[in-house]
Design a binder for this molecule. Structure first.
Ligand SMILES: Cc1ncc(COP(=O)(O)O)c(C=O)c1O
Length: 409
């Protein structure tokens, strides 16, 4: 018999299943109120529009849509994304856009193309677990920049960039897991440092369109280009985008925007990996987004609905969580992060929560440092209002009882 364990590559030995996906399995029963996944609300998926778009694609370009296609992706979709990202302020070439299977694949390709074993990478802390899951098997050293309500604390960044890390990764808008956004002023400081040190900066932006309050802030990509007096993708920023949150994640259509030299390597890497992203899904996505009235209206509707759910959740948290607990106030996105007193362990309390049919994600694995046990991520987009109400009341009671048993010292 083959002993498989002894034959795994060093890289595979370092791979782990995502803790979130494991929790999601526990919460798959219909009677569990889950605030755990980063799931959009399925009741707002544009099912009929997707059906209509699929029929149009199949009847008008069916044979092309079902054929193998180029690695770079559907030209019209790449052009659409280039215009959308440029928003009249940048003139982005579609040659700098590669369509990927979700932005998750973009993160995988970037790692394969840029990272060697043992490299140092700078990240904000806490950061997206899905990125850590892909990048950790490279045996990296992560340098963590702390965050506050305005995103990563840029003052703490320069000494880390001076050591010439291989790359930096950040989610400037409505960050996962905290929901916080990097302020305009900090973006200005950040782009100066990026231009000074030339360290590749991966801007992961799945939630940028989902703003419910406050002023729009331009992407780091756009601000870095403007600071250099450029309007194209030719600096140190690599931008990852996705249609997962603005249409549906099931189509798996994302993209990466990168400078020419890196784009060539990303294309080679994607070609080796899966040839190209699903042709028909790209065609269907394009068919929907080129219908401006639909696409804009749909994003507006999502903003309205998610804003209402966020507001409801914040109000209920205020009313039901004990005074010793704090939480973030996201201006957009799908998540907020709760901090319990250090006498409580969010992972332990999850067991009780699941018994009481409510779930969240403990955030310890989102941190680079060990031992942060008192934070948890709550998703507010997926559960219906009556479920949000029932779930937050239950969590409030669990936290109150736990505090009686383990009071703050
Ligand atoms: C920060 C971040 N990046 C990337 C992704 C991956 O998104 P997708 O692969 O669906 O585009 C997610 C998904 O939740 C995310 O939160």
């Amino acid at each position: 018999m083959t002993n498989w364990e002894s034959r795994f590559s060093d890289r595979a030995q370092l791979m782990r299943r995502s803790a979130i996906r494991e929790i999601l399995k526990l919460t798959a029963q219909p009677d569990v109120i889950s605030f755990a996944g980063g799931l959009p609300a399925p009741e707002f998926f544009p099912v009929e529009r997707i059906q209509e778009a699929t029929e149009t694609v199949l009847s008008e370009r069916g044979r092309e849509a079902l054929q193998y296609s180029t690695t770079e992706g559907m030209p019209e979709l790449r052009q659409y994304i280039a215009n959308w990202m440029g928003a009249g302020e940048m003139s982005i070439s579609p040659d700098n856009i590669l369509i990927t299977s979700g932005s998750q694949q973009a993160l995988d390709l970037i790692a394969k193309v840029l990272l060697n074993d043992g490299d140092t990478v700078v990240v904000e802390e806490p950061t997206y677990l899905g990125m850590l899951t892909i990048w950790k098997p490279y045996g990296l050293h992560f340098d963590a920049v702390p965050t506050d309500r305005d995103g990563l604390i840029v003052e703490e960044l320069e000494p880390l960039l001076q050591r010439n890390p291989k790359a930096m990764y950040s989610i400037p808008n409505f960050q996962n897991p905290q929901g916080v956004t990097l302020s305009h002023q900090r973006r200005e400081q950040l782009v100066k440092l990026l231009v000074k040190y030339g360290v590749p900066f991966v801007e992961d932006d799945p939630y940028g369109e989902m703003r419910y309050e406050g002023e729009f802030v331009p992407s780091v990509l756009r601000m870095e280009a403007a600071y250099r007096g450029s309007t194209g993708i030719d600096g140190s920023v690599i931008y990852c985008g996705t249609f997962s949150k603005v249409l549906t994640p099931g189509l798996r259509i994302g993209w990466v925007a990168a400078p020419d030299a890196l784009m060539e390597k990303l294309v080679q890497c994607k070609q080796a990996s899966d040839l190209h992203t699903s042709t028909i899904n790209q065609f269907v996505t394009y068919e929907m987004v080129r219908d401006e009235a639909f696409f804009r209206g749909h994003i507006q509707k999502l903003r309205q609905e998610y804003r209402a759910r966020r507001d409801l959740m914040l109000k209920l948290i205020e009313e039901n969580f004990p005074a010793e607990v704090t939480w973030t106030h996201p201006e957009g996105g799908l998540f907020l992060m709760v901090t319990l007193p250090t006498s409580l362990d969010a992972g332990e309390l999850l067991k009780q929560a699941v018994e009481q049919k409510v779930a969240y994600v403990p955030c310890n694995d989102f941190f680079i440092q060990d031992g942060v046990r008192n934070t948890l991520r709550i998703n507010f987009s997926n559960a219906r209002p009556e479920m949000i109400e029932a779930g937050i009341v239950r969590l409030g009671n669990i936290f109150k009882e736990a505090l009686v048993a383990a009071p703050v010292k």
